[in-house]
Design a binder for this molecule. Sequence first.
Ligand code: C2O
Ligand code: CU
Ligand code: CU
Length: 573
Amino acid sequence: MKRTLLIVAVIFIIKLQAQNQLSIPPVLNGSQYQLNLQNSTYEFFTGHQTATMGVNGNILGPTLIMNQGDQVDIQVTNNLGQQTTIHWHGMHISAANDGGPHTIIPPGTTWNPQFTVMNRAGTYWYHPHLDEYTDEHVSKGIAGMIIIHDNNELNAGLPVTYGVDDFPLVVQTKDFDGNYQIVNHSNNDDVLMVNATINPYLEVPAQVVRLRLLNGSSQRVFNFGLSGNMPFHLIATDGGLLEAPEQLTRLPLSPGERAEILVNLNGMENQTLYLMSYASEFGNGIYGATNPGMNANMTLNNYNPNALNGNDFNVLELRVVSQTANPVTSIPAQLSTIVPMDENMADAQRNFTLRPVTMGFNQLNGDFTINGVSFDMNTINLTVPLNNTEVWTVTNNSAIAHPFHVHDIQFQILSINGSTNIPAYAQGWHDTFLVPAGGGSIKFITKFEDFADDSIPYMYHCHMLNHEDGGMMGSFTVVDMSNKIEELKNNEAVLYPNPVNGIYMNFILKNTAEKIKSYLIIDASGKIVYQNHFHKNEQNYLMSFPVYTLSSGTYFLKVYTDDKIYTRKFIKN
Ligand code: C2O
Ligand code: CU
Ligand code: CU
């Protein structure tokens, strides 16, 4: 009797799955975009209204389709009744347009970023980035896809018709309370949705289709694959097309990451298959595995039981229907050109260490730091000279894998856990990549070009939004030193702008081998009004530091390096 009931229940659950047609976000394109951030409600569960936040609608936001070279003008109006920011994740734009935590949109106001689309064809996205509130605003529903096309991609023989053979898939898990309301900062995210549709199905034509995968979850890592281990072709990572398609059966994707795959459905009309996550194959130490920590003693509050953890599950049912006119029926052989960056050309090597605030068995429930410090809105952690090519090594001394994300740039992975044998999914350009737990590391190379700003920083951070909100984030400015080179020929150090009326100043030493350890600001009466020091991994021959809290007057900056002290006078207007 019990067994019969169980079988009936299982059949019922299987029938319940895949009963809602996948919603496809509407499109905005052209050069002018109007985005209204609003509070709303959405019926995730039949007969129950959930409080949400959306962009121009109830939930999520429109897909912005842009072309490389477009000059775009975006009006972001904040009707949320509280402050937020909107960040263009993966896009190479100036710090002022980037929409990080410092570019707050007060309630009832409109922010107007304007920029030229420079990125390669690919899948990018936008989401809020307010310090300590990113998870709340994203979990409640604000996120949208950005699709960029370029001429090379449009001529590569790929499916490019949105919603017909080219599909946006925003994959997320969320936690709902007993009143069907979204719980943020939760480890009990047991409801899976694609484009905010629970139990979704999608009709796909019997030809080559393109799926754009965005892991928009707050914490969960997916291990994508197709049912029956059917192969697919990876064609793009975060920063756009690979050189050539890579045939795979699995594709791990951590929060913040995107990937595009081609699925060849030729001759499969009337068949049904599933996009799945094979999470049973995750080892310990990944959010999504049975044990999110490196061993079973390291537990995460409210994480288990959850049917998604350590189990294989369906993400999207694909119902194959008849072909469209002019179908793409073969996988192209070539996609784009990627010039590998040479590690020997690097101007700087930097190290980042990821660590729990408190080590030990309970570490997964606490906050995490980068280079031993938590995010501080008033500190610039790093200063990068414009046009620097840099190699960054990120080492994870915690028991859980963290997706490390950097604004402004796309990077190439040089090694994972010290091995230069890079799996196919790690090739190409990335802006977010999972750093393995328990002493694991990734090393990547990138170049900081085109955009310098002495005062507004970019961010690097963990893209698990709980971790980011908990301070697992740092900031960096990119500064243009070319106009300071002449001054540095005649001086040991340069301090600029002086006098200052902005929010940050920059200090550069002529001797690039020297490291700034600490500094203090003294007012005209000799009183110390500000002091700070750099973590060992963040010491360099240049720095940006805040001066906006200082009242008008004359000050002295004292900078300490290994064996020298530099004193410079400056005026705050
Ligand atoms: Cu997707 Cu700094 O964020
Ligand atoms: Cu970003
Ligand atoms: Cu993290």
